[in-house]
Design a protein around this ligand. Structure first.
Ligand code: SF4
Length: 106
C-alpha cells in the first residue's frame, strides 16, 4: 500500500539554497579574508572599542592587498547597514566615544 503525501514538491537542496544566497554578490575568489574572518566581524557587545579598532585595522590591511578588493568594495557600497570590515571599509563603531564637544561661547 502506497502512502499519498500530496503533490510532489521539488526540494532544491543546499546547492540551490547557496546559489540563491550568493546571487548578486561579487566574485571574491582568492580573498585575503578567508581564514581570518574574526578580524572582520562587527564589534562584540562586550568588546572594548580599542580592541575592535585594532582588529578592524588589521582587517583593512588584509583588504589593501586583496585581489578581490575592487569587486568587494563595489559590492559593499550596495549594502545598507554594514557593521563589519568589507572591501577595506571600516564600520562606524556604534557608541564609540568621540571627541569632547567644544564649549559653547557664552
Ligand atoms: S577586500 Fe577585504 S573583505 Fe573584501 S574579499 Fe578582500 S579581504 Fe575580504
Amino acid at each position: 500500500m502506497s502512502q499519498h503525501r500530496g503533490p510532489a514538491r521539488r526540494e532544491g537542496g543546499w546547492v540551490d539554497l547557496t546559489a540563491e544566497i550568493l546571487r548578486g554578490t561579487a566574485d571574491l575568489s582568492g580573498a585575503n579574508c578567508v581564514g581570518s574572518e574574526a578580524l572582520f566581524d562587527p564589534k562584540a557587545h562586550s568588546e572594548e572599542f580599542t580592541d575592535a579598532d585594532y582588529r578592524h585595522q588589521a582587517a583593512v590591511e588584509l583588504c589593501r592587498t586583496c585581489p578581490a578588493v575592487d569587486a568587494c568594495h563595489q559590492w559593499s557600497t550596495t549594502q545598507p547597514d554594514v557593521h563589519a570590515v568589507i572591501g577595506g571599509r571600516r564600520p562606524a563603531l556604534p557608541g564609540k566615544p568621540g571627541r569632547p564637544r567644544k564649549a559653547s561661547a557664552a
